[in-house]
Design a binder for this molecule. Structure first.
Ligand code: CA
Ligand code: CA
Ligand code: CA
Ligand code: CA
Length: 464
C-alpha cells in the first residue's frame, strides 16, 4: 500500500475495504461537513481522496485537506510537469483558514496586486467579498497534480477566496500544458487561467446573461453555484449553473456578453422537471453517439442523460433506486456501464447497461469518482446509440421513491448534509415522515432488513 499522508487511524472510512476487482484504478474524492475535515468526528466529517488499485486494495490515500472535489486523470501531453503516466491525476481541494490567516481582501492594494481579484472590477470584488464577511474565514482553493503510484505531488495553481460556504471551487478542466478552466463559484463565472503566470485570459460572467434579481439563489452570496466546467472537443466550454437548474454552452473565443449559445442551454431556471440543482454534466460527442450529456440530477435523486437531436434536448435515460440520495456524478464508461457517486447514500456504485449494480464502494459523502484512464465519460457511448434503457424498480422501492419525490428539494438535502452518517435517509424517513405517510412498519422493516446499509449503520455506531 502506498500512502502519502496516512496513519492507520486515518483509514477508518475505507479500512477493510478490499473492494472487488476492476479493470483499472478507481479514484474517489469525498466532501466533508466539518470545519477542517477532521478525522475525529465521524466519517462524514472527514474528507478523503482514495484510489483503489485494479486488485481492489487501496493504492493511494490522502486526508490532509479540508475537502476534495473534482479529480481528472491527465494525459502526458497535457501534464504541466510532463510526468503523466496513466496514473497521474489532477484534483481540486479546499482548505479553510481562520480569519487571522486571511489577507485583507477589501484593501485596494490587495485587489491591485492579485490577478484573480483584479480580473473583476474593484466594486464587484468588494460587493462579493462583503457578502461573505460574516463567515470569519477564508478558503484556499488549489489544484494539485499527484502520481497515485509514487505519491509525487506538485502544486499547480491556487487562489484564496473570502468565506467558505459557496466560495469553494468544485471543478476545473485542463486545456493544455499551461491553460486551465476554472468553475469559479465565488464570483459566478468560469474563466481560463495560465497556471504558470496566474494570468486570467478569458472569462464568462453569469451576469452577462442572467438577471441576479430574478434568477438563482441569493445574490451575490450563493447566486449561481457554478460547480462544473468542461472543455469540449470542439473547443466550446460547457458549464453547470446549479442554482439556475441549467447547463450552458460557451464560446471562449468571444467576450463574456457574446459567449453564450442560448439555443444549446439544457434546463430552465424555474423548471425542476428538467434539472434540479444538478452536478457534473459530461458531454458525449457526436462520434460516440452524441451530442449527449450525462448528469447527476441531484435534487431529483437520479442520474440522467439528455440527447440532442433536431436542435432540442430530450431525456433519453434515467437510473435511480430506493437508496440513491443526492447523486453528484455519473460517468459513462467505455464498456457501457455507468459509475455513480451517491453522495448522501454514502456509496459509489457501478451499474451495467441493464441497470444492475455490479460494483460498489461503501464510502462517506463521495463527490466525484473516476475510472482511469478515462476522464469522466470520455470513451463512453450515449445510451440511445448503445441501446441502454432506463431501469425499473420493484414495488417496495417504488414506495420509497414516492416518499423521496414528495420530499425532494434543497431543504431536505441540507438536512441530510448536516446529519451524522448513521442518520441517513432511511432513519430520517422513519423517524419523521414514516408516521406522516402512514406506512406500515412491516413494509419499512422488510426494506430495512433487505438492505446492506443496515450492517454499515451498525458498524458506524459501534466505531464512531
Ligand atoms: Ca473529473
Ligand atoms: Ca474537471
Ligand atoms: Ca461525470
Ligand atoms: Ca467522474
Amino acid at each position: 500500500m502506498t500512502s502519502a499522508s496516512g496513519t492507520e487511524a486515518t483509514y477508518a472510512n475505507v479500512s477493510g475495504q478490499q473492494v472487488d476487482q476492476r479493470g483499472n484504478i478507481t479514484v474517489i474524492s469525498t466532501d466533508s461537513n466539518s470545519w477542517l475535515g477532521s478525522a475525529s468526528k465521524g466519517p462524514r466529517s472527514k474528507a478523503e481522496l482514495v484510489a483503489f488499485a485494479p486488485n481492489g486494495s487501496v493504492l493511494y490515500y490522502n486526508s490532509s485537506h479540508t475537502r476534495y472535489w473534482d479529480v481528472d486523470p491527465i494525459e502526458k501531453s497535457n501534464s504541466a510537469s510532463r510526468s503523466g503516466s496513466g496514473e497521474t491525476v489532477e484534483y481540486l481541494y479546499s482548505d479553510h483558514m481562520n480569519a487571522s490567516q486571511c489577507p485583507d481582501f477589501l484593501s485596494k492594494d490587495y485587489w491591485q496586486s492579485n490577478e484573480y481579484a483584479n480580473s473583476v472590477p474593484y466594486a464587484q470584488w468588494q460587493e462579493y467579498t462583503r457578502s461573505h464577511s460574516g463567515d470569519g474565514a477564508c478558503t484556499r482553493n488549489g489544484i494539485v497534480q499527484t502520481n497515485l503510484k509514487t505519491g509525487e505531488t506538485k502544486n499547480i495553481y491556487s487562489e484564496i477566496t473570502p468565506g467558505k460556504h459557496s466560495t469553494r471551487w468544485h471543478d476545473g478542466d485542463r486545456i493544455n500544458a499551461t491553460h486551465y478552466a476554472v468553475a469559479d463559484i465565488f464570483l459566478d463565472r468560469t474563466y481560463i487561467v495560465n497556471t504558470e503566470t496566474s494570468n486570467i485570459t478569458w472569462q464568462w460572467n453569469a451576469q452577462s446573461d442572467y438577471d441576479p434579481a430574478t434568477t438563482g439563489r441569493e445574490y451575490p452570496i450563493d447566486w449561481t453555484h457554478i460547480n462544473d466546467v468542461e472543455v469540449l472537443p470542439d473547443g466550446r466550454i460547457m458549464a453547470d449553473l446549479r442554482n439556475h437548474n441549467s447547463i450552458v454552452f460557451l464560446d471562449p473565443t468571444k467576450p463574456s456578453d457574446q459567449a453564450l449559445d442560448e439555443d444549446w442551454t439544457i434546463g430552465q431556471t424555474d423548471n425542476h422537471s428538467i434539472l434540479y440543482e444538478q452536478h457534473n454534466p459530461d458531454y458525449i460527442p457526436r462520434s460516440n453517439g452524441g451530442p449527449a450529456v450525462t448528469i447527476g440530477d441531484s435534487e431529483n435523486n437520479r442520474v440522467i442523460e439528455y440527447q440532442r437531436s433536431n436542435g432540442t434536448w430530450t431525456r433519453t435515460w434515467e437510473w435511480k433506486d430506493a437508496h440513491i440520495q443526492w447523486p453528484r456524478d455519473a460517468d459513462r464508461l467505455p464498456n457501457g456501464n455507468t459509475l455513480i457517486t451517491d453522495s448522501n447514500g454514502d456509496r459509489v456504485l457501478e451499474i451495467n447497461r441493464w441497470g444492475e449494480i455490479v460494483w460498489a464502494v461503501d464510502i462517506a459523502f463521495p463527490y466525484e469518482a473516476e475510472r482511469l484512464p478515462g476522464d469522466e465519460s470520455a470513451g463512453g457511448t450515449s445510451t440511445s446509440a448503445a441501446g441502454i434503457n432506463s431501469n425499473a424498480n420493484g414495488p417496495i422501492e417504488q414506495v420509497w421513491l414516492g416518499i423521496k419525490d414528495a420530499l425532494a428539494g434543497p431543504m431536505f438535502s441540507a438536512t441530510q448534509y448536516i446529519l451524522p452518517q448513521w442518520m441517513g435517509f432511511l432513519e430520517f424517513g422513519v423517524a419523521v415522515f414514516g408516521l406522516i405517510m402512514a406506512l406500515s412498519w412491516g413494509v419499512v422493516e422488510a426494506w430495512w432488513l433487505s438492505t446492506p446499509i443496515r450492517e454499515r449503520i451498525i458498524h458506524s455506531i459501534r466505531s464512531p
